[in-house]
Design a protein around this ligand. Structure first.
Ligand code: KIV
Ligand code: ZN
Length: 501
């Protein structure tokens, strides 16, 4: 069996399904290019039938990316497959990923069908997709809870129909590592023709076992792993790319399996995805969390200083965390900021860099310890400047035993509008003033405030979910002033409303 593990990245499909993580096409292209530089073999670029935006993203990513295979998801439905094939027309190497549920629940309770009919639909879908592309991947949805004997029949039938890759998803994150490994082994031992296809893992993390299950699948013969950057994805997420890749690298002597990933790009890709998707990485996240290589106890610090490998099983430099990072302060120049932004995956024009540098200096005056998260937010802020509706001025009056009040000025496509309001708090007052100007019937469905790092001088990050005309819009804002961050988040969402409405 080959020692090469194909890395199939689904950050832009399964990862992007997470509420609040949606990207526009330009941002998706930026992520796709970063994934290409990282060295992933396959990029799942979207589910083209699901929306015109997804369709367009697959088209544009196909044009922008040169060598990874571009994959488009479908159900086992002819129309889905037609649309996916159309979206892949510019792909240098295109793959259609089609499939259907195979567990008892999916067959009887979701599809209202029976096992034989499901096999027929699976075979038809693969044959239909084969009319368009040579490379067809089949997924047996909820394979984790599918009876192995029946799963083997499905896998055999789709390989016979021409599937080049067969995906065995643990859709609900239910399997134990040993069970999942045995499932993959069972397929290898009981499916005739299995050597004609690559078996893939696609594990969800509902019980925190996604990576363990993936590794168990690989040990038992899977040679493609479906993963996302930072493990983002539906509910508790998908298997994280950085974990699988670094397990293969760190434990090569035991596992004997290689990936084509340029591991030095892991950290910058992680930062890019976290920033663009507004999804903070938990501090203790393996490989890419801010504490992943931080030693705080005296005994550990002493041990690492004596010999790095006393407490470190990986070299942070191998994942692109440069230990000799230049500390950014108010005295840092443009070159230091540019260097840091490049490490984090941002390639900016001179004008954009100048813009961010201005903001950086303002922030450095307020906050002595500038971290990557702060820089990422500044880079995000530069994007925000392109908004049609911008916050021009904000003043709030708040405290104990007074009625909070706000004065707001918005710049709407170059014209200035003022409003004042009171509220039950400064955020309420400011948002009410904004609503007076924009005159839309909106309701705030979610309002989440987070400090990015630590300390009372920290940047506060706000996520707002707004309902308008039966649709939900997500907005994000970040500022050392929490009221400003809230108004920015509100406006970020409002700027996503269709312009005609
Ligand atoms: O989790 C899953 O089963 C999926 C399939 C659509 C591949 O994401
Ligand atoms: Zn999934």
């Amino acid at each position: 069996m080959s020692d090469k593990l194909y890395i199939f990245d689904t950050t832009l499909r399964d990862g992007e399904q997470v509420p609040g993580c949606q990207l526009n096409t330009v941002e998706k292209i930026e992520v796709a290019k970063a994934l290409q530089e990282l060295g992933v073999d396959i990029i799942e670029a979207g589910f083209p039938i699901s929306s015109p935006g997804d369709f367009e993203s697959v088209v544009e990513i196909s044009k922008a990316v040169t060598w990874p295979t571009i994959c488009a998801l479908t159900r086992a439905v002819q129309k889905d497959i037609d649309v996916a094939a159309e979206s892949l027309k510019y792909a240098k190497k295109g793959r259609i990923h089609t499939g259907i549920g195979t567990s008892y629940y999916h067959i009887y309770k979701k599809l209202n069908s029976n096992p034989e009919a499901i096999i027929e639909r699976a075979v038809e879908a693969v044959k239909y997709a084969k009319k368009y592309v040579e490379d067809v991947e089949f997924y047996a949805e909820d394979a984790g809870r599918t009876d192995n004997e029946y799963l083997a029949k499905v896998v055999e039938a789709v390989i016979k129909a021409g599937a080049t890759v067969v995906n065995i998803p643990d859709t609900t994150g239910y399997c134990l590592p040993q069970e999942f490994g045995e499932k993959i082994k069972y397929l290898h031992e009981n499916v005739s023709g299995i050597h004609k296809a690559i078996i893939s893992t696609h594990c969800h993390n509902d019980l925190g076992m996604a990576t363990a299950n993936t590794v168990s699948g690989i040990i038992n013969g899977a040679r493609q792993a479906e993963v996302t950057i930072n493990g983002i994805g539906e509910r508790a997420g998908n298997t994280s790319l950085e974990e699988v890749v670094m397990i293969m690298k760190s434990r090569y002597k035991v596992l004997g399996i290689k990936t084509g990933i340029n591991t030095k790009n892991i950290y910058r890709t992680s930062r890019l995805v976290s920033t663009l998707m507004n999804m903070p990485v938990q501090p203790n996240k393996a490989i890419v969390g801010r504490n992943a290589f931080a030693h705080s106890s005296g005994i550990h610090q002493d041990g690492v200083l004596k010999h790095r490998e006393n407490y470190e099983i990986m070299d942070p430099v191998d994942v692109g965390i440069n230990e000799s990072v230049i500390l950014l302060t108010a005295r840092s120049g443009r070159a230091a900021l540019k260097h840091r932004l490049e490490i984090m995956g941002y390639k900016l024009s001179k004008e954009k860099l100048d813009e961010i540098y201005e903001e950086f200096l303002k922030l450095a005056d307020k906050k002595k310890d500038i971290r990557d998260d702060d820089i990422a937010l500044l880079a995000g802020d530069a994007r925000r400047k392109e908004h049609r509706i911008k916050l021009d001025f904000l003043q709030v009056l708040t405290g104990k035993n007074i009625v909070p009040a706000a004065i707001v000025r918005l710049d709407i496509a170059g014209e200035k509008f003022d409003a004042t309001s009171t509220g039950n708090g400064p955020v309420d007052a400011a948002i009410k003033a904004v609503k007076q100007i924009i005159r839309r019937q909106v309701s705030i469905e979610e309002f989440l405030v987070q400090a990015i790092t630590r300390g009372s001088d920290d940047i506060g990050k706000v996520h707002m979910q707004i309902q308008y005309n039966d649709s939900i819009y997500n907005g994000f804002g970040a500022h050392t002033d929490i009221v400003t961050a809230s108004v920015e988040a509100f406006l970020d969402a409002v700027n996503k409303f269709p312009v005609s409405q």
